[in-house]
Design a protein around this ligand. Structure first.
Ligand SMILES: Nc1ncnc2c1ncn2[C@@H]1O[C@H](COP(=O)(O)OP(=O)(O)O)[C@@H](O)[C@H]1O
Ligand SMILES: CC(=O)N[C@@H](CCC(=O)OP(=O)(O)O)C(=O)O
Length: 312
């Protein structure tokens, strides 16, 4: 009995150092559609967010909802189409994206956080828009620019409303929608990984954490035990070139790399399906997912406190 109680106290003491370290620091958390599919995972995650806010950190949530958008489109008789990993977004699709992200998912997250004893406030075009952007034009195979419809990238983040909510002990919750700088009031559909990176960079966050549906970055996507616990940008680029980091993981890792370059201290990819993965990643020495940090000055490739990098 004593042993069990002492072990719990040890856990609290281990967490204490991290609570001090991250007190008052911005931590941007990206919640993907895959995590939100499971109400139990979402509940555990939002309890962790309330915990973080209660001990004085400044968590900021940025969310997508790709799966829910696809379901809503199919219900409306629209067929989703992806161009270079982005959803082709015509006006009818944009209406659905805006409704699902800002009105359904955002309000749901806000309501849950409030239910768990925290305070949260959605920041979007129906309340207070903080993300501004431009239409995204990507070069196609033939060098011509590809039209993605109303898809954009974030070019500007209105920081004071986000900071003010954090200072007041409220968790800001932002959907991946930006207002078009060139067409007043019109919205753009933004990939949620890149939206989260833009927010982390603008806030100069200490951490950017991606919650997704794998244990982290895996060496073999079909083998959860092949988790790579720590990576540097150089190692990430190598894994992308070798096709080991692929598909939906590419925008996350690219978002990590641009954020590190812009001054975000650490980035993480962790399993949103694992109960309390957020607390385990932040408050324990070993963490549970993959941590990506700039090269260490002493030439070590593994971040301190982590098991050695497994890159073959
Ligand atoms: N090396 C890798 N390790 C883990 N997952 C990978 C890797 N390469 C590609 N993936 C894929 O990336 C997916 C996560 O991206 P995505 O489906 O866009 O998630 P989310 O909806 O959370 O944004 C995983 O489910 C997996 O299929
Ligand atoms: C332009 C573009 O593709 N936007 C995404 C926005 C949502 C998103 O990114 O959601 P996940 O994080 O769940 O993938 C989309 O329409 O699906």
């Amino acid at each position: 009995m004593h042993e069990e109680a002492i072990r719990k106290a040890d856990v609290l003491v281990e967490a204490l150092g991290y609570m001090r370290k991250f007190h008052g620091r911005f931590i941007v958390i990206k919640v993907g559609g895959s995590v939100m599919e499971n109400p139990e995972s979402l509940r555990a995650l939002l309890v962790d967010v309330v915990f973080m806010q209660t001990v004085g950190m400044r968590p900021v949530l940025v969310h997508g909802g790709g799966k829910a958008i696809t379901v809503a489109m199919e219900r409306a008789g629209l067929t989703p189409r992806w161009v270079k990993g982005r959803r082709y977004t015509d006006d009818a699709t944009l209406d659905i994206v805006a409704r699902v992200l800002a009105e359904e998912i955002n309000s749901d997250i806000e309501r849950h956080i409030n239910k768990f004893g925290g305070r949260a406030s959605g920041l979007h075009h129906k309340t207070h828009q903080c993300l501004y952007g431009r239409k995204l034009l990507l070069p196609g195979e033939d060098g011509e620019l590809v039209d993605l419809g109303r898809v954009g990238d974030v070019t500007e983040v209105d920081i004071p409303p986000i900071e003010n909510l954090c200072l007041a002990g409220v968790v800001p919750v932002l959907p991946s929608l930006a207002e078009d700088e060139d067409e007043d009031g019109k919205l753009l559909n933004v990939n949620a990984d890149t939206a989260a990176a833009a927010v982390a960079q603008a806030l100069r966050a200490d951490k950017l954490i991606f919650l997704t549906d794998t244990p982290g970055i895996l060496l073999d996507r079909n083998e959860p035990s092949s988790l790579i616990t720590g990576l540097t940008p150089g190692e990430c680029r190598d894994l992308i070139n070798r096709g080991i980091i692929d598909k939906g993981m590419i925008p996350k890792v690219e978002a990590c790399l641009t954020s590190l370059e812009a001054g975000v201290r650490k980035t993480h990819v962790i399993d949103g399906r694992l109960r309390h993965s957020l607390l385990l990643e932040i408050f324990t020495e070993t963490g549970v997912g993959t941590e990506i940090v700039q090269e260490e000055n002493d030439g070590r490739s593994s971040p301190p406190g982590r098991r050695p990098v497994v890159v073959r």
